[in-house]
Design a protein around this ligand. Structure first.
Ligand code: SAH
Length: 228
């Protein structure tokens, strides 16, 4: 990964502070904390919000969407325990920040985003950091990405009323998936594991609020934020 020296100087201190905050929330896996040290989050965000780039908070990225809270992403990574052998499907590229963390932790990442402009911006940031093992697609992620299935890990970064069947179908044996399931206002984070052909669900986080998963097998898109 290539990081420009000026960015390093001006943001490294904030990044360390963010890592301490993530640790304060109980995530002390060094491999995961190191990922947050390696990727400059501000490069994935619009310049106007750079002063807030290392806050442990969701940050607006335009088009009615937000980059997820870093400590929540750290929780995702610690639950999923991604290895460099794993093929990952991410639904909701958004800023591309989590995509870049997953790219460092996994073999290959396939990430789907419904808003073209966000996907284009994420690609620019990934290219700037010379991240090579990511494929991006613009489209409705509620049908998964059949061409590259099955996936060892499925990461859903938007809230769904239920678990779309395609995600279960495209989860490999031994695979893990995290998805926020609930109402549009409030969701529970559900871990799905596939073992011996059976899937098991477990709630691992009680209360969270993600932007909605909009598509054929989740919520209908609203005209106001529909880019198409
Ligand atoms: N991990 C990302 C989260 C972005 S928010 C980050 O930290 O930046 C969730 C994203 O899911 C939004 O960008 C939204 O546009 C996208 N999304 C919502 N419904 C989708 C769908 N059906 N298919 C693909 N992406 C979708």
């Amino acid at each position: 990964m290539a990081v420009e020296p000026l960015d390093e100087r001006s943001f490294a201190g904030y990044r360390r502070k963010l890592i301490e905050e993530i640790r304060g929330r109980g995530i002390d896996d060094l491999n995961i904390l190191q990922l947050f040290d390696q990727v400059p989050r501000h490069l994935f965000l619009p310049e106007g919000v750079w002063p807030r780039a290392y806050e442990d908070a969701p940050i607006p990225i335009g088009y009615g969407q937000t980059a997820s809270q870093p400590s929540l992403q750290a929780l995702y990574l610690s639950v999923l325990q991604t290895t460099t052998e794993d093929k990952v499907l991410e639904i909701g590229t958004g800023s591309g920040f989590l995509t870049s963390l997953l790219a460092l932790a996994a073999d290959r990442v396939y990430s789907v985003e419904r808003i073209r402009e966000l996907s284009v911006r994420a690609r620019a940031a990934l290219d700037r950091l010379e991240v090579k093992n990511v494929a991006l697609m613009v489209g409705d992620g509620t049908i998964g990405w059949r061409k590259y299935a099955p996936f060892d890990v499925i990461v859903v970064s938007a809230a769904s009323p239920s678990i779309p069947a395609a995600f279960i179908d495209q989860l490999a044996e031994g695979g893990r998936m995290l998805i926020p399931v609930g109402t549009r206002e409030r969701q529970k984070l559900v871990l799905v594991r596939r073992q011996d052909g059976e899937t098991q669900e477990e709630i691992i986080h009680g209360e969270c609020t993600f932007v909605p998963l909009l598509g054929r097998f989740a919520w209908a898109s609203e005209t106001a934020e529909d880019p198409t």
